[in-house]
Design a binder for this molecule. Structure first.
Ligand code: CLF
Ligand code: SF4
Length: 290
């Protein structure tokens, strides 16, 4: 089945460069994460929301009011996205929110972002809910490289470290992308570029995700923090060269703003998160979601 990539280029801020002036609202409903990226300070993304440490995520039943308010302030919003702060498939909250959006705001584009660990097994639910655009963060397709970027996964209650965990993650990501893209969902892949780790691996990732059915690829420069705080962020030339290499295999998105999980407005142009959420989410500058 062909997907709606062409339509989305005119209506989605992350699929159409800056040609369109479309806005998005992120609904930060997903608290926990099930993998451990080495560049991610998961203080607020832990599976348990630790009282006093964690900030508050949005409840699913608060989203209707939030959306009304946001659309009144910023009528350019065309996309409702869920990009964290944890993983959207680690709990049911994101899919429940999209069900509500489908019913009450049928004109909004439903955009979801995931690390893909559970995408393979939850693909049918993602398809049934009617997600229009799905982003999967794939930082490597070689478990050896992935294990340098990811310490472990929590999979069906079990902690699986290093290459063994990385292998499962990659397999589930690629199989998940295949399933949802063949059902007509437009897929974007994000890769966090860490020159010392996956700098020479970008072409392999771009080729593999394109073959799996992704339509567009977004290279996000590392923000050195957490376990990777001593590594270098890529230079503009390194980012540019990675994008050029990837573009041999897949369309490349070049306007990513590394949005927060509670961003509201037209990326890079307007930001209403303070008004809508009173910045109750204590997230740092973010990394791979979106
Ligand atoms: Fe949000 Fe992401 Fe959807 Fe866009 S952001 S869930 S695809 S609506 Fe866009 Fe922001 Fe970059 Fe993401 S600019 S971080 S790519
Ligand atoms: Fe999870 Fe995202 Fe952090 Fe990775 S970057 S550990 S997927 S919250």
């Amino acid at each position: 089945m062909s997907n709606r990539y062409k339509d989305l280029q005119n209506s989605h801020p992350c699929f159409g460069g800056q040609k369109n002036n479309a806005g998005r609202i992120h609904l930060p409903v997903s608290p926990g994460c099930n993998i451990a990226c080495r560049f991610c300070d998961r203080t607020i993304n832990d599976v348990e929301q630790r009282p006093g440490v964690t900030s508050k995520v949005l409840e699913v039943d608060e989203c209707g009011e939030i959306l009304k308010k946001a659309l009144a302030i910023c009528p350019d919003i065309k996309v409702a996205g869920i990009a964290g702060p944890g993983d959207t498939l680690a709990t049911d909250r994101a899919l429940d929110t999209f069900r509500l959006i489908k019913k009450e705001f049928p004109d909004l584009i439903k955009c979801m972002s995931t690390n893909g660990l559970l995408l393979n097994e939850r693909a049918d639910e993602v398809i049934d809910v009617g997600i229009d655009s799905l982003t999967v963060t794939v930082n490597a397709i070689d478990p050896k490289i992935e294990s340098k970027l990811n310490a472990y996964i929590i999979y069906h209650g079990e902690k699986i470290e290093g290459e063994e965990g990385a292998k499962i993650l990659i397999k589930n990501q690629l199989e998940g992308i295949r399933k949802v893209s063949s059902a007509g969902i437009t897929v974007k892949v994000n890769t966090v570029l860490v020159p010392e780790i996956n700098g020479d691996h970008i072409e392999d990732i771009a080729r593999a995700v394109s073959e799996a059915g992704a339509s567009i690829y977004n290279i996000i420069p590392l923000i050195p923090q957490h376990e990777l705080k001593n590594l270098q962020a890529p230079t503009c030339m390194e980012i540019d060269s990675a994008r050029t290499k990837a573009s041999k295999y897949i369309d490349v998105f070049r306007h990513c703003q590394r949005c927060r999980a509670d961003a509201v407005g037209v990326p890079g142009k307007s930001e209403y998160g303070d008004q809508i959420y009173q910045r109750r989410l204590n997230v740092r500058e973010t990394f791979s979601h979106g």
